[in-house]
Design a protein around this ligand. Structure first.
Ligand code: F6P
Length: 327
C-alpha cells in the first residue's frame, strides 16, 4: 500500500459494464469529498474519458435525484485502448493537467486492473467493486449484484406462472460469462429445479434426466437456470433437450441486459454509499492501490495485490444446497 501526496482534488469514473448502484456511489463520492473540502471532478465514459480529458467539476446538486436511478450519470465504457501504454501515458497527462491528486474507479475486475496500471504510474487510486457478476475476489459483495438478483427473481417468478399453467419447462439464461453466482443464487431463491453454472461441467443427458424426473414426480413446471457462460450455450442445450423424449415441452428465455438496469435496491444503495464514502476517506488518509471490500459486514481497504491473487470461487455448499432443495 503506497503513500500518496496530500489530496485536494479527486477524480471519479465508472468503467466496464454498468451496475445498478453506480449512481448512489457517485453521489457518495461527490458529497463525501465536498464535505471534506475537496474538489471533485467527474470523468466521463470511464478510462476513455480519462485518456481524452473529458472532465467536469461536480457539485452537490449535480448528484441530486440520482440515488434511485440505474445506470451511471458519468456513463461508462469498456476501453481496450487503456491496456496500451501510450494511452496510459495520455491519461496521466490528463490527470496532471486537471491537477487531480487521487482517483476513485468504480467498476468490475477489468477496471480494477486498469486502476492498477495508474497506481504503477504513481497515481493514487482507490477502486470500488461494481459488477452484477460478483466475481471480484476480496469483497463479499459488489455493487449491483443484489439489484440484478432481484430482477432475475422477479422474472423467474413470472415465468413460473406460465410454466405451471402450461406444464412446461423453461431454460432461463442469466448473465455471467465466467461466473455462476447470479444463476446459483437465483436458483436457490426461486426454487428452480436445476442450476447450470460455468464452474461445473454440464452433462446434457443428465439435465434431460433431471427434467424428466421432475415431470414424473408430478411437478407442474420445471425451471432450469442457466448462467451465460455454460457450455453448450443455451440454444444448443434447448435443441438437444427438445430432441429428447420429454414430458415437458421446453421454452427458452434469455434475460439479457434487463439484469443490469433498473433502480438500485436498498441494499445496493447502502453498499454504494458506504463504499463511496470510504473510498474518499482512504484517499485522504493516503491509501492507494486498494479496493473497498465488504468483509463480514465491515468495509475494509483491500490491497489490489490481494484482489488479483485469486479468482473468486462459487460457494459450492450453496450449489449443493440448491440441488437438495429442488426435490
Ligand atoms: O460483467 C457484467 C456482464 O453483464 C456479464 O455478466 C456479461 O457477460 C457481460 O457483462 C456483457 O457485457 P456487454 O454488456 O458488454 O455485452
Amino acid at each position: 500500500m503506497a503513500e500518496s501526496r496530500s489530496i485536494k482534488t479527486i477524480g471519479l469514473l465508472t468503467s466496464g459494464g454498468d451496475a445498478p448502484g453506480m449512481n448512489p456511489c457517485i453521489r457518495a463520492v461527490v458529497r463525501a469529498g465536498l464535505a471534506r473540502g475537496l474538489q471533485v471532478i467527474g470523468v466521463e465514459d470511464g478510462f476513455e474519458g480519462l485518456i481524452n480529458g473529458r472532465f467536469h467539476p461536480m457539485g452537490p446538486r449535480d448528484v441530486g435525484g440520482i440515488l434511485q436511478r440505474g445506470g451511471t450519470i458519468l456513463r461508462t465504457a469498456r476501453c481496450k485502448d487503456f491496456m496500451d501504454q501510450k494511452y496510459q501515458r495520455e491519461s496521466i497527462r490528463s490527470i496532471n493537467d486537471a491537477a487531480i491528486d487521487g482517483l476513485v474507479v468504480i467498476g468490475g475486475d477489468g477496471s480494477m486492473h486498469g486502476a492498477q496500471q495508474l497506481v504503477d504510474r504513481g497515481i493514487a487510486v482507490v477502486g470500488v467493486p461494481a459488477s452484477i457478476d460478483n466475481d471480484i475476489f476480496g469483497t463479499d459483495m459488489c455493487i449491483g449484484v443484489d439489484t440484478a438478483l432481484n430482477t432475475i427473481v422477479d422474472a423467474i417468478d413470472k415465468l413460473r406462472d406460465t410454466a405451471s399453467s402450461h406444464n412446461r419447462a423453461f431454460l432461463v439464461e442469466t448473465m455471467g460469462r465466467e461466473s455462476g453466482y447470479l444463476a446459483m443464487q437465483a436458483g436457490i431463491v426461486t426454487g428452480a429445479e436445476l442450476v447450470l453454472v460455468p464452474e461445473v461441467e454440464t452433462d446434457v443427458e443428465q439435465v434431460g434426466q433431471v427434467m424428466e424426473a421432475a415431470y414424473r414426480r408430478g411437478k407442474s413446471h420445471c425451471i432450469v437456470v442457466v448462467a451465460e457462460g455454460v457450455k453448450p450455450p443455451i440454444s444448443e442445450l434447448a435443441e438437444r433437450i427438445n430432441s429428447m423424449e420429454m414430458g415437458f415441452s421446453t421454452r427458452v428465455t434469455i434475460l439479457g441486459h434487463i439484469q443490469r438496469g433498473g433502480k438500485p435496491s436498498a441494499f445496493d444503495r447502502l453498499l454504494a454509499s458506504r463504499f463511496g464514502t470510504k473510498a474518499v476517506e482512504y484517499l485522504v488518509e493516503g491509501k492507494t492501490g486498494v479496493m473497498t471490500g465488504l468483509n463480514g459486514g465491515s468495509v475494509e481497504a483491500v490491497p489490489f495485490s490481494h484482489v488479483f491473487s485469486k479468482r473468486k470461487s462459487l460457494p459450492m455448499d450453496q450449489y449443493e444446497m440448491a440441488k437438495t432443495l429442488a426435490r
